[in-house]
Design a protein around this ligand. Sequence first.
Ligand SMILES: Cc1cc2nc3c(=O)[nH]c(=O)nc-3n(C[C@H](O)[C@H](O)[C@H](O)COP(=O)(O)OP(=O)(O)OC[C@H]3O[C@@H](n4cnc5c(N)ncnc54)[C@H](O)[C@@H]3O)c2cc1C
Length: 481
Amino acid sequence: MKKYDRECEVVVVGSGMGGMTCALALARKGKKVEIIEQGSKFGGYLSYFKRDNFLFEAYLHVFGDCEKGGLMYDLLGELGLRDKIKFSRIDYTLFTPKGPVIFPRNSDEIIKALSPLFPGEDQGLKNLLNTMKTIYNDFLKLPSPSPVLERYKDKTCKELLDEFLKNEELKNLLMGAWLYILMPPSKTSAIMISVLMMIYLLSQGGFFPQGGSKAVVEAFSKELEKDQTRMTLKTKVTKIIVENGRAVGVETEKGERIRADFVVSNAAARQTFLDLVGEKELAIDFVTDLKQKELSLSSFVVFLGVEMDLEKLNLTHQIFVNTSTKTFDEAYENVLKGEIGDYITITIPTIGDPGLAPGKNKHSLTIWTIAPYHLEGKDWKVEREKIADKIIRKAEEVIPDLSKHILVKNIATPLTLEKFTLNTEGATVGWIQTRETVFGRPQQKSPIENLYLTGHWTMPGEGHMLTAKSGIDAAKLILSR
Ligand SMILES: Cc1cc2nc3c(=O)[nH]c(=O)nc-3n(C[C@H](O)[C@H](O)[C@H](O)COP(=O)(O)OP(=O)(O)OC[C@H]3O[C@@H](n4cnc5c(N)ncnc54)[C@H](O)[C@@H]3O)c2cc1C
């Protein structure tokens, strides 16, 4: 067998947010890096596509913590990208059974807006939000010890809410964005909910990059190219080469062998270890744990290019249609059974960024909801149109006659997500977000010497902000060697 076709210092498998941030952080420090991506575009879940001049966000709804003092602001600063990606503030509307509520943009505004509506809850609300903030701040400082993380590590989100609040309507309002966590408060971890709610809603509110995912990916690619990073598309890595317990390079489906001092995998954890490394290189307990850990739910997305005057409906960029009479728990149980779409979100980037659609009163919007990979006894190919129709009808509760104004329609099922990103079973955010997994994700420094992980399958967690942190943290571990 030929030895190697070329060599670099670090080879990065996959170009999601975790892969790109790690590659750029290393390239900035002079490392010779190569990124190998199997897809036809860089970005992974930060992808986009065009149909009839409508630019669609394949997966992105919002960013968070993008202003001074925020996590994303700091991470982009470390990468020298702060002035290359511009963020605009966005608003969230929760459509509740009692009508629409524009979600206040940070904790102080929440207290001001909600305290008068829920007499007797204002001290509890302040204490809850302070506790969530401390959890978030301490989570970002891990592995430093934290009494608050120790206290809440075995608690659910529901237990956290019940400790501070009595009013169920207030609790539901605060957790109105529960779809983002893909599980209801009774099941998800108190720590993960605090972290994610702080990032997307409670700390600085939500943001959207001007020009969408395309602008973010282009900003990264441009800087990576400037730093001489070799970036390869449409090439699947089929093997992480391990010699004497150390990762020494990768092999691609094209038969190329690339030698590297370090390998970083942004690919799904099971693929990385079970397929690319191979079970024989790993301890049995590690393999068993990897096979047993539960995956997060997948997603079902309908992309619509529409021509209609949405301005007059006073809609915001991000909408949660929480009008169902079913509780969050009932809706979640339904999803597990394949009954999808009691709760949906609608994202309309063209409200703040009209350039993404071709002209006045044209909008590209996505309707998203959580979905299982396996539809009990049914086939996604048969069900997809029916489910799309159902969630478009649900969206019509807040955008009347939406279905009459559709110019372009596209659908993504869990199979689509898996096909384009190789995320196992189209998992939306890697692992399920329970108390067991909040600290149970595989570490960035893997059991294979010189193999590191980035992205939502490793610590600290899901979403673009935490996966960007994973990329920079992995780069720091490599640079410290
Ligand atoms: C529908 C949806 C909506 C979402 N909305 C938001 C949101 O609004 N805000 C937010 O912060 N987060 C959101 N998320 C979650 C967020 O997108 C993810 O948690 C995060 O982007 C994952 O990034 P990652 O670094 O793990 O890599 P991924 O995006 O999973 O990318 C991994 C990359 O590796 C490549 N790859 C895999 N295997 C190989 C291989 N063998 N060889 C070469 N390349 C390979 C893939 O092609 C892919 O490009 C959403 C997710 C989904 C599915």
